[in-house]
Design a protein around this ligand. Structure first.
Ligand code: GRF
Length: 221
């Protein structure tokens, strides 16, 4: 990967994950530059975060396009203009067409608020509670044509507490996301991600042994 990995971030809302990337980039610890932020919503708070960090922004408002194909063509042009090495979907709430995915395939990643392949789509925290999950979390993955289904780069997990609500889970999972996404971007920027079939490995990285039990085992076990 180029020394200077140009990263374009696509957003629709608050942009707390964008903020995590901007903070690491400002510290010089991201290993990539946030070149531009593109939003499909003109009023997304993420645009203010980008502005405060003096990062270029562009709005491609989906409501101004006739259909998904023409919107995606406009989005593709807008993103391509910034010549990205990596395109990050960070709370981008539009399903992308196969044409868009083909254009940026292999350099397009998404962060999703569940431990994929569980709970693709929306309302992941509510679904995890409804299913009685003891462990829940977040996934960074390469984007393919199928929704929330591309090769998994990294995941982070937490125990679900009896007192958790969808909102409390969202808050705790997002705190994990803000660590996981910059790490995954850094690995990509360093050229350390290898994909074979559906499996991604991180070259030069040895995982420590570790398990997560939920509920935690009694001390005498
Ligand atoms: C995150 O939870 C992410 O997993 C999902 O959308 C949310 C975006 O939050 N895709 P933010 O805009 O980064 O605060």
């Amino acid at each position: 990967m180029a020394e200077n990995c140009r990263c374009v971030v696509l957003v629709s809302g608050s942009g707390s994950n964008l903020q995590a990337l901007l903070d690491r980039a400002a510290e010089g610890t991201l290993g990539a530059e946030v070149t531009a932020v593109v939003s499909n919503r003109p009023n997304a708070y993420a645009l203010e975060r980008a502005g405060a960090a003096r990062v270029a922004t562009q709005v491609v408002d989906h409501t101004a396009f006739l259909d998904r194909a023409t919107f995606d063509a406009g989005l593709e042009d807008a993103v391509a203009r910034f010549e990205p090495d990596l395109v990050v979907l960070a709370g981008f709430m539009r399903v992308l067409t196969p044409d868009f995915v083909a254009r940026f395939g292999g350099r397009l990643i998404n962060i999703h608020p569940s431990l994929l392949p569980a709970f693709r789509g929306l309302h992941t925290h509510r679904k995890a509670l409804e299913e009685g999950c003891r462990i829940h979390g977040t996934t960074v993955h390469f984007v393919t044509e199928d929704l929330d289904a591309g090769p998994i780069i990294a995941q982070a997990a937490l125990r679900v507490h009896e007192t958790d609500t969808p909102d409390s889970l969202r808050e705790r999972v997002q705190a994990l996301e803000h660590r996981l996404l910059p790490q995954a971007v850094g690995w990509y920027a360093e050229g350390r991600l290898r994909t074979e079939a559906q499996r991604v490995s991180v070259t030069g990285h040895a995982d420590p042994p570790g398990e997560l039990f939920a509920p935690a085992p009694e001390p005498e076990w």
